[in-house]
Write a protein that binds this ligand. Structure first.
Ligand code: GDP
Length: 474
């Protein structure tokens, strides 16, 4: 650790105490993810129990109960195109609006939360479909607690319904099926239930565990039943978090507004986000200048599961990025600048690699019609691997035969390295490293391994690779 710190220009002795942000920076520099303990968690323990060493397990659990409180579930709506996802989101929003919210400018900030008739709160991510869902998962963020799968009664299970089910099963998120458009004539709801049976979505009345609700988003039929089902599912999940102290949030979306500067929509995960807070978000930092809720109203603070649009960041962070409140503005700036510099270095080195690769390809006889590009995809999560493979498939162009030789989770092993050598594949490593045995083979066999921390960078570099393959020899 001392070596790493020296590299970062921090001179430090072995028995010196580090502050949280420096510790976080070092942990991340060493390739790990830091899990921050909130200061007040410890303060709380000391306040109630005196000496930390004297605290028994039972008092820790009683403190946990005190600190962790229920939070609203976060719901994503998925389903085939035209099955009524947007109509359902609009319908829920308009039927649950309270008198104090009437007249607010309803602008989309990527999510909205509703107060239901019986007091429970629900937050809906309002980017329907699985793109936002997989984008979040690709960043290692599990934002969605419950998925509502919309299936149109007159259309039944369609390709995107199946795609959604695959994502849901992969992410292991509970699902509620909403059979929509029940106002239409000539529909057969039992047939749809039968079809969904094949995908392991079995209604409770047939002995399964999935809640099915019949709705019409157009005529506002069954919406309260659907809301009750969501609340019931949420109760079973026992969603709890800390409601006070320095907030942690996830970026849903961001953009640059000509007059207001960088605008970010974030969803608070824990703690309380307040105006004036110093914030750090990936390689951006700042101070919360103003916050608005999904009804366009200015607010001073937001607790867990509340989506807000905030002003005050130095730039636009990517969706899925974590935003944390920190106590020291100077440190926030330092960490953000350091991360920015690191990103730039990674980009530069990949550009450099690209140009060398381009030379190699230019040397290849450009008259040969079809080039081959083989990849081995290694990643830290299933979700990321899935998004990478799906996106790679979309990059297919004429004249290049692109093949994903293997996809797996975890560090690069000896087997991967041998396979890469045998299949002349490039290893695309996302958020993982190579183990020692693999490293030896990689070096001795000159295997091309590329490491990435951002999917966008990975795809960008593959795209450049494809372009270089297509570039005719000068
Ligand atoms: P999305 O692509 O899944 O977001 O679907 P939309 O919400 O855009 O709906 C597609 C079409 O279905 C629109 O023309 C809606 O008016 C219509 N639609 C949505 N819900 C219902 C419903 O409950 N009944 C009927 N009859 N039509 C609906």
């Amino acid at each position: 650790m001392i070596k790493v710190m020296m590299k970062l220009g921090l001179s430090i002795t072995i028995n010196q105490v580090l502050d949280q942000e420096t510790a976080q920076l070092i942990v991340e520099e060493m390739g790990h993810r830091a899990i921050l303990r909130r200061e007040n968690e410890l303060e709380e323990l000391v306040m109630h129990h005196g000496d930390l060493n004297q605290i028994s397990d039972s008092s820790v659990s009683s403190i946990n109960k005190m600190v962790y409180k229920n939070r609203a579930p976060i719901v994503t709506i998925m389903g085939h195109v035209d099955h009524g996802k947007t109509s359902l989101l609009d319908c829920i929003r308009s039927t649950t609006i309270t008198s104090s919210e009437v007249g607010g400018i309803t602008q989309s900030i990527g999510a909205y939360c509703v107060n239901t008739a019986n007091g429970g709160m629900i937050t809906f991510l309002d980017t329907p479909g699985h793109e936002a869902f997989t984008r979040m998962r690709a960043q290692g963020v599990k934002l969605t607690d419950i998925v509502v799968l919309v299936v149109a009664a007159d259309d039944g299970v369609m390709p995107q319904t199946i795609e959604s089910i695959n994502h849901i099963h992969n992410a292991n998120v509970p699902v509620i099926v909403a059979i929509n458009k029940i106002d239409k004539s000539k529909i057969n709801i039992d047939r749809i239930k039968q079809e969904l049976n094949n995908y392991n979505l079995i209604p409770e009345e047939w002995g399964g565990h999935t809640q099915f609700v019949n709705i019409s988003a157009m005529l506002k039929i069954g919406i309260n039943d659907l809301i009750d089902s969501i609340l019931l599912q949420s109760e079973m999940l026992e969603l709890k978090t800390v409601h006070y102290g320095m907030a942690k949030a996830v970026v849903i979306d961001s953009f640059l507004d000509k007059s207001r500067g960088p605008v970010a929509s974030v969803l608070v995960r824990e703690g309380e986000l307040k105006c004036g807070n110093i914030i750090l978000c990936g390689s951006e930092y700042g101070r919360v200048k103003a916050m608005r809720n999904s009804f366009g109203r200015l607010i001073e603070s937001a607790g867990p599961s509340i989506p807000v649009e905030l002003l005050g960041l130095s730039g636009t962070p990517v969706s899925g990025e974590t935003l944390v409140v920190v106590s020291n503005e100077k440190k926030a700036k330092e960490v953000a600048l350091y991360r920015k510099e690191k990103k730039r270095e990674i980009k530069l080195s990949s550009n450099l690699e690209q140009s060398t690769l381009k030379n190699i390809f230019n040397n290849i006889n450009s008259t040969s019609k079809v080039s081959e590009l083989n990849f081995i995809v290694k990643s830290d999560t299933d979700g990321a691997a899935e998004v990478i493979c799906e996106s790679l498939k979309k990059l297919v162009v004429n004249g290049i035969l692109m093949k994903i030789v293997s996809v797996s989770i975890g560090n690069i092993t000896e087997t991967d390295a041998v396979l890469a050598s045998a299949s002349k594949a490039i290893i695309l490593a996302f958020n993982i490293k190579a183990d020692i045995a693999a490293r030896n083979i990689i070096e001795s066999h000159h295997i091309d391994v590329r490491y990435y921390a951002v999917i966008y960078d990975l795809l960008n570099s593959v795209q450049q690779l494809i372009c270089s393959k297509l570039t005719p020899k000068h």
